[in-house]
Ligand binder design. Structure first.
Ligand SMILES: N=CN[C@@H](CCC(=O)O)C(=O)O
Ligand SMILES: [Mn+2]
Ligand SMILES: [Mn+2]
Length: 308
């Protein structure tokens, strides 16, 4: 158990007009919470550790909430804090199950889960919660990531969540609709590209997402999938961004996808009106510089929250 996060920050007491910030509006999630955004922390980096990465993402949810606390209120719906799922004694499956339970509960109460990771093993937890609450729905997964995270491994880790989801979908007779934008040719082995091809995963390389024309083409390619699905699960791996704007990750990207481009993809997903849940993964405050990654994570989370 971790102590609940205390939302606090700057109060512009002498300001005229609406000067509210997130810390003045976020309320504890309760069984009575209806509609709005349910923030759920996944304070876990066991998957990163198992994957040979740089631990520290377990501190991501608290640092992300701290960065969100002082953001201005911009017409967001109700904002609820549903606390953190944690990993005790290295029991990652149990932590993912605990997250899935919170995600499913939020959805059952009419709230949109917005999960603050945690390593990208968060995705297996978020997805299980969505699948439970939206049984039988055709769920499109949109992942902004330098990596496929389709690894084969004896135990689940931060590099395996979408392979675990694929196996779940296959066992349930459900389609595996997985799109990845921002893949680095230099951060995935040929085996991973081959697995992605075998699973008919559609992906866009990071170097195709550096210009307006490239982003336009990627969004045109994504549009039919957004149209065809019942619901979209959006998962943002912070390491998709250039290391200069997201140094606080386990695996910083030398090229990365510019923030404006990431936001364009997020906006297209939100505009579909089909977002069922979102998470932001891999933020590791231990490697942040000047709090810039925290600000980027908060900006993206707030952008999503506003449209939920
Ligand atoms: N979630 C991260 N997954 C990446 C990590 C790569 C790295 O640590 O260099 C992966 O397994 O491919
Ligand atoms: Mn990832
Ligand atoms: Mn990644």
């Amino acid at each position: 158990m971790t102590a609940p996060f205390v939302w606090q920050g700057r109060i512009d007491a002498e300001e005229v007009g609406d000067s509210r910030r997130w810390h003045q509006c976020v309320q504890p999630f309760t069984p009575q919470s209806r509609s709005g955004v349910a923030l759920i922390g996944f304070a876990v980096d066991e998957g990163v550790r198992r994957n040979g990465g740089r631990p520290g993402a377990a501190q991501g949810p608290a640092a992300a909430r701290k960065a969100l606390a002082n953001l201005p209120i911009l017409g967001e719906p109700a904002l609820w804090d549903a606390g953190d799922a944690v990993c005790e004694g290295g029991a990652l499956d149990a932590a993912q199950t605990a997250l899935a339970q919170r995600v499913a509960q939020a959805l059952a109460q009419g709230c949109t889960p917005l999960v603050l990771g945690g390593g990208h093993e968060v995705a297996w937890g978020t997805f299980q919660g969505v699948a439970r609450a939206r049984s039988g729905a055709r769920i499109l997964i949109v992942n902004l990531d330098a990596h496929f995270d389709l690894r084969q491994a004896r135990e689940g880790n931060s590099g395996t969540p979408f392979r675990q989801i694929q196996e779940h979908c296959a066992a349930q007779g459900l389609p595996f609709d997985y799109r990845v934008l921002g893949i680095s040719r230099y951060a995935n082995t040929q085996a991973l590209f081959d697995r992605a091809d075998a699973l008919q995963v559609r992906y866009v390389l990071d170097d195709a997402l550096q210009t307006e024309a490239g982003v336009h083409a990627a969004l045109a390619d994504l549009a039919p999938d957004l149209q065809a699905c019942d619901a979209v699960y959006l998962t943002l791996d912070t390491d998709v961004l250039p290391a200069a704007v997201a140094p606080g990750v386990s695996a910083p990207a030398p090229l990365g996808v510019p923030l404006w481009c990431v936001e364009a993809v997020v906006d297209a997903v939100l505009a579909s009106g089909k977002l069922v849940a979102a998470d932001v993964a891999e933020f590791n405050p231990a490697f942040d510089r000047d709090g810039i990654t925290a600000k980027v994570v908060a900006r993206l989370a707030a952008r999503i929250a506003r449209v939920c």
